[in-house]
Design a protein around this ligand. Structure first.
Ligand SMILES: Nc1ncnc2c1ncn2[C@@H]1O[C@H](COP(=O)(O)OP(=O)(O)OP(=O)(O)O)[C@@H](O)[C@H]1O
Ligand SMILES: [Mg+2]
Length: 390
């Protein structure tokens, strides 16, 4: 399955690091080091330009300004670089906007990539459709939906599918990253994030590890996260957002909903439990994970039944299928490793042999994959769902 991996994301992270090293070196007056880092930034930007043709000009412009700096002798950047790019890159505000932009991930996930979870899918689809349609002003689409449940059940996948299905701008945000990286400025980052998202509508903002935003509230040093939280809450209240004819949907995910407090919960009247898959959903997930393979000799019902009995999540099923696939590959391609001596170009011309998937492959796979979820954990989710869920 094609997942929503934005190939430019690691590069953007590299760039961010290099840029920081560059800034630090400059601040310390270490011109040689700064120049070295400017070249590193330049190279990363060139790679970015190659991998994201849509933003090619922006990247090339930025690369040029770093290159100018690196070539500029000991002159400070302000005089060495063309006024309209380098200085701007260093500008704080731009930095934040740049960081907000770097959180944009490409999503090619579609609803079909998700097994089960039908009612959640429908709810999110409805939200999107309502946002798109012409309607009386009193009808407002949902602004925020909280997805809670055990790890690996499809929360991130749902957000990615929501974005992928309507080709929306998809912001993939981890609270812990925002808090640690921009400590002190994190709340500005949230503002910048929503500004960017508003400009690029339709947008889906996915906030992962949502619980970590409240956890640190109780600590002494929780000032930054308190600010982040209140900024986020006011964004969710959306009084700045007069333009309700477009879609800006915040999906927040957590594995520990009980850590969230009243203020947050009240902004997320829609709290949807994303449980472990039932046996029908397991079947669907297995089919998705084994797409393109012959599964006619497989007793899907039985495999699914074992998956539910073992409290497998979608992620566990993914591992299970990968393990089973390995066995199949080994059976149909003995001595596969010997090909490792071939040049890669040669390998690309050859095809992997595949055969039908059979129960036997799953038997060893089942032994390898263990679910971390106990009945007690699940009971806690169910209880919270009964009390606070949709
Ligand atoms: N309902 C599902 N349908 C198809 N695949 C699924 C489903 N749930 C999970 N998976 C598989 O498991 C992987 C992990 O799922 P995902 O990242 O959405 O879990 P999550 O709920 O966000 O977990 P976490 O709480 O740990 O972040 C997916 O990439 C996918 O391969
Ligand atoms: Mg996730």
């Amino acid at each position: 399955m094609a997942l929503n991996i934005d190939l430019t994301l690691p590069l953007k992270r590299e760039l961010e690091k290099a840029h920081k090293a560059f800034d630090d070196a400059k601040a310390k007056g270490e011109t040689d080091e700064a120049k070295k880092m400017a070249l590193v930034c330049c190279n990363i930007l060139i790679q970015l330009a190659k991998s994201d043709p849509n933003k090619k000009t922006e990247y090339i412009d930025a690369a040029k300004s770093y290159k100018n700096y690196a070539d500029s002798g000991a002159k400070p950047a302000s005089s060495a670089a063309p006024a309209n790019n380098f200085e701007q890159i260093r500008d704080d505000q731009k930095d934040l906007a740049g960081y907000a932009e770097s959180l944009i991930a490409k999503s090619t996930v579609t609803w079909k990539d998700i097994g089960g979870l039908d009612s959640v899918k429908v709810r999110i689809m409805e939200t999107i459709v309502i946002a798109g349609l012409q309607k009386p002003v009193s009808i407002k689409p949902d602004k925020g939906i909280l997805l809670f449940g055990p790890p690996g059940t499809g929360k991130t996948l749902l957000a990615a599918a929501a974005a992928g299905s309507l080709n929306a701008t998809f912001f993939n945000v981890k609270v812990s990253n925002v808090l640690s990286k921009y400590f002190g400025e994190s709340s500005k980052l949230i503002t910048s994030l929503y500004e960017t998202a508003r400009k690029k509508q339709p947008s889906i903002i996915f906030i992962d590890e949502f619980d970590s935003i409240t956890m640190s509230r109780e600590e002494e040093s929780g000032d930054a996260s308190r600010k982040v939280l209140s900024t986020l809450l006011s964004e969710l209240d959306g009084f700045q957002d007069k333009k309700s004819d477009e879609l800006l949907l915040t999906l927040a995910a957590t594995n520990t909903p009980w850590d969230l407090d009243e203020a947050i919960l009240s902004r997320f009247p829609l709290r949807i439990y994303i449980p472990l898959p039932d046996s029908r959903s397991c079947e669907e997930i297995i089919k998705i994970q084994l797409k393109g393979l012959d599964i006619t000799s497989l007793n899907l019902g039985k495999v699914s039944e074992i998956c539910t009995r073992k409290n497998y999540s979608g992620r566990d099923i993914q591992f299970l299928c990968q393990e089973a696939l390995r066995s199949m590959i080994r059976v149909h391609n003995p001595d596969l490793y010997k090909k490792s001596e071939l040049p890669f170009e040669e390998l690309k011309k050859q095809t992997l042999s595949i055969g039908p998937m059979i129960m036997e492959y799953f038997e060893t796979a089942f032994e390898r994959v263990k679910s971390p979820m106990t009945e007690k954990d699940l009971e806690r989710f169910r209880k919270w769902n009964n009390e606070f869920g949709l």
